[in-house]
Design a protein around this ligand. Structure first.
Ligand code: CA
Length: 248
């Protein structure tokens, strides 16, 4: 196993044409990210729904956070080609209505995204340990949105979930820096803008909320606003990330 790993690393070095200490290095890293999100239409739809059910509009969802894995191969002294995958979750927004001792009802909504991207970064050494540059990534994301309604009447609790999914092209442009803590460990930072918008999202299965045998939301049925238009799910926004990277 050790020999095999050494052989793979040796081949990587040869392919990448690593020139010396002042070249960029191949890397694998773990990222922690925070993004603002537009949401826009979907926030309106969630607000319309909570208004309809509970007479109050849910607060808009404004941000998401998540984890990512990033891998990049140095292909010249300054360029890394790489791939990354992330798992992001938005804030949960909720509205609750309570009639003391008799009943309560709550609607919660949130979203999530799994972007998979490939791209490059161009970086130059600022000093012995610090690198800075820019990059661009593009790919696809799976988006999901969830609405959960919980109602309690005279001690009897009923919960119904409604899940939607969609897919979106993703494009991200970013500024990045890297601080080499040791020869093989770096702390990275990124500030970018990520575009990630699904024009519509559809129910993931058939839903019969009241159990009367009649389907209330058919699989694939799109999330709509009060005006009956498709709700886009727009998770585009400013993206900030920190990463811990192994360099080789
Ligand atoms: Ca039904």
């Amino acid at each position: 196993m050790k020999i095999k790993l050494t052989a793979i690393l040796a081949a990587t070095f040869l392919f990448a044409g690593i020139a010396g200490a002042n070249s960029i290095k191949s890397r694998v890293g773990l990222m922690v990210g925070y993004d603002t999100v537009r949401m826009a239409e979907l926030n309106e739809s969630i607000g319309d729904l909570t208004m309809l059910i509970l007479g109050q509009e849910a607060k808009p969802i404004k941000a998401m956070a998540g984890l990512g894995l990033d891998a990049g191969m140095a292909v010249s002294e300054n360029v890394i080609l790489g791939a990354r995958v992330g798992v992001m979750k938005t804030q949960v927004t909720s509205v609750e209505l309570v009639v003391p001792l008799i009943a309560s009802a709550k609607v919660e909504a949130s979203g999530a995204a799994v972007p998979v991207m490939g791209g490059f970064r161009y970086m130059i050494p600022i000093d012995d340990n610090m690198w800075a540059g820019f990059g661009a990534y593009a790919g696809l994301a799976k988006l999901t949105a969830n609405m959960t309604t919980t109602s309690e009447t005279l001690g009897v609790t009923q919960t119904s979930k409604l899940d939607y999914e969609g897919s979106a092209p993703v494009i991200e442009g970013l500024l990045c820096f890297d601080y080499r803590i040791t020869e093989s460990i770096s702390l990275g930072g990124e500030l970018g803008y990520m575009s990630m918008k699904a024009d519509s999202i559809g129910a993931i299965k058939d839903y019969d909320f009241d159990g009367d045998g009649i389907i209330d939301v058919v699989k694939g049925e799109k999330a709509k606003n009060a005006a009956g238009e498709d709700s886009a799910m727009d998770l585009s926004g400013v993206a900030i990330a920190l990463s811990l990277n192994y360099l080789f």
